[in-house]
Design a protein. Structure first.
Length: 579
């Protein structure tokens, strides 16, 4: 986190833009050190989005799809099985459907087909398009394809026009597609490099709409309103854990408005199935309700179910599909629990041996939950984690293969560490925080040793123990002030690179402390006429300590509860200890 302003600097800018100095200081800690940057951050607006044609390959991609509109060429969308890929597929499917283009979608089965463009999917799209229209048409990849040069060549031989849209780091050899959209590809001048796959897909429909408007395709009010797609774009962006800054912040802000006012019927039914109580939708609702259920479809079932849910307009069908995703999510949680318990025991032994990373293999682990379990282990042990299981897809000249997923801690680029081990890998892909890989089973030990050396040499700092960084030592009077709270609300949406600020209060008496729910601590903080309610999820075990100790130090975030038109702010514990 950047070094923040002094109190004097904060007060100067605060006076110029009529904001509390504490808010300005919080923004400076996130690297916003110029008044114009602060003003822009506080006022995310769709009219500030960069032009689509700044993205390399956009003109070619739009030209191909415009021909599909005018000549009714069929389009086959090949997506990925995570929430980003699912929402990307849904966005493009719905927009092309709105343009009356013959369109089909295909999402590979995670267990049977694995990640990325594959022959089975290509052949299925080819067969459907040939049967329906007599030509292969256009193959459009979303959230994948940049590392699939061989499969792209295979598709071109069948006669497809090919558009690759992706956001993962490109390999040295790019696929020979007719158009590639990826802000990370060499020579791309697009000013923002951290779009999710669904962000790239959204920019494609933005570019296509602009092209069709300029060519006079629509008359008057026929022009599609792309804001209606923002709920899907926001979900995919937040689910993929890209930075919530710049363009992504604008996208998410607009998407949250759509989600709260007029979400798609499938999203409404999915919220209903998760016992959502009808309040204003926030980023946490996407992260902990919508994204896990969409991801569950691809982890333990068919991600095509989730695409169908997001694209249906039939409430009955949406309710049925939402129920299926709820069941898939319950199954996912049970499988995840079993794998985590097994892997955590193995990981503890690795750490005791002095390793700086965790690389674990078990041929019986379910491949669909390896990424999420790796993430939990990364948080638990504060080190990069890679989990591997048997690959049932293929072997390599008689060699048994394993595949897996990895996650990393802040400050360590997982993709670069994996690139450093590329000589031992059959294939790999991903980005800074997450990656997937395949290697020969016999090379697991060699890979583990080399990966650990690279991690040890690149660890951010010498102290690997997790630390809680406090953004601001505050007072009850400051955080209960309505001017502060109304300004604080403008800091959202929160997420990676723009986390919720963590405040601290020292020497506090926690009033009316009691246990609620399964293991939650409910309390209030009071200072003269100022008070705020607080809750500590999972902190119920601290009740005896709170009752025995007169004063406590607490670290917390602020949360706005909104229900039935009533709003109230509360403290949510992050940590607590006796003063």
């Amino acid at each position: 986190m950047a070094k923040g302003f002094s109190e004097g600097q904060s007060e100067k800018i605060a006076k110029e833009i009529s904001m509390p100095p504490a808010i300005i200081n919080l923004l400076s800690l996130r690297g916003l050190l110029k008044k114009e940057d602060i003003v822009e951050h506080l006022n995310p607006s769709l009219n500030k989005l960069p032009r689509p044609n700044l993205m390399k390959g956009m003109d070619s991609a739009v030209s191909i799809l415009a021909e599909a509109v005018t000549k009714q060429r069929p389009v086959g969308i090949f997506g990925d099985f995570d929430a980003d890929g699912i929402t990307s597929t849904a966005v493009l499917y719905l927009f092309l459907q709105e343009l009356k283009v013959p369109v089909v979608s295909y999402i590979p089965n995670r267990l049977a087909e694995g990640y990325g463009l594959n022959s089975k999917g290509i052949e299925e799209i080819y067969a459907i398009n040939m049967q329906n229209t007599g030509e292969p048409g256009i193959l459009l990849t979303v959230d994948c394809g940049i590392s699939d040069a061989e499969r792209v060549s295979e598709a071109k031989q069948l006669g497809f026009s090919i558009i690759v849209t992706d956001h993962h780091k490109p390999p040295k050899q790019l696929p020979d597609a007719d158009a590639i959209l990826n802000p990370l590809q060499p020579g791309c001048l697009f000013p923002f490099k951290d779009l999710a796959g669904v962000g790239v897909a959204f920019y494609l429909i933005l570019g296509l709409r602009s092209h069709l408007m300029a060519s006079g395709h629509w008359q008057g009010d026929e022009i599609p309103n792309l804001k209606s797609y923002m709920d899907l774009v926001a979900i995919g962006t937040l689910a993929d854990q890209v930075t919530v800054l710049g363009i992504n912040r604008i996208i998410i802000k607009a998407g949250l408005e759509v989600l709260s006012l007029n979400p798609k019927v499938g999203i409404r039914k999915l919220l209903d199935s998760s016992n959502f109580n009808g309040r204003v939708i926030e980023t946490d609702d996407i992260a902990f309700r919508l994204a896990p259920r969409l991801n569950a479809a691809g982890r333990v079932g068919s991600a095509q179910t989730a695409v169908e849910l997001l694209t249906t307009v039939d409430p009955g069908n949406a309710a049925r599909l939402a129920g299926e995703l709820e069941q898939a999510n319950d199954l996912r949680k049970e499988i995840e629990r079993t794998v985590f318990e097994d892997a955590a025991e193995m990981a503890a032994e690795e750490i005791q041996q002095g390793r700086k990373s965790i690389v674990l293999y078990n041929g019986n682990w379910h491949a669909g939950v390896l990424g999420i379990v790796a993430s939990r282990l990364t948080d638990a042990f504060n080190c990069p984690t890679i989990l591997l299981t048997d690959s049932i897809l293929e072997d390599l000249q008689g060699e048994e293969l394993v595949k897996g997923s990895g996650r990393t801690i802040e400050g360590l680029d997982l993709f670069e560490a994996i690139v450093g081990c590329s000589g031992l890998l059959i294939r790999y892909g991903g980005h800074t925080g997450a990656a997937g890989l395949t290697l020969c089973k016999k090379d697991i030990a060699l890979f583990s040793e080399k990966f650990d050396r690279l991690v040890a040499n690149n660890m951010p700092g010498d102290d690997f123990l997790p630390q809680l960084l406090i953004d601001r030592q505050t007072s009850i009077h400051e955080i209960a002030d309505m001017d502060f709270l109304s300004s604080y609300a403008r800091l959202s949406p929160f997420g990676p690179s723009n986390p919720k600020p963590i405040f601290s209060l020292s020497g506090q008496k926690l009033h009316s402390a009691k246990l609620v729910g399964k293991n939650h601590l409910r309390f209030a903080v009071v200072d003269n006429n100022c008070s705020l309610q607080g809750i500590g999820f999972g902190f119920g075990d601290m009740l005896p300590v709170v009752q025995e100790q007169s004063l406590m130090d607490i670290a917390f975030t602020l949360h706005l509860n909104s229900y039935m038109g009533r709003e109230n702010w509360e403290i949510r514990l992050v940590d607590i200890k006796p003063s």
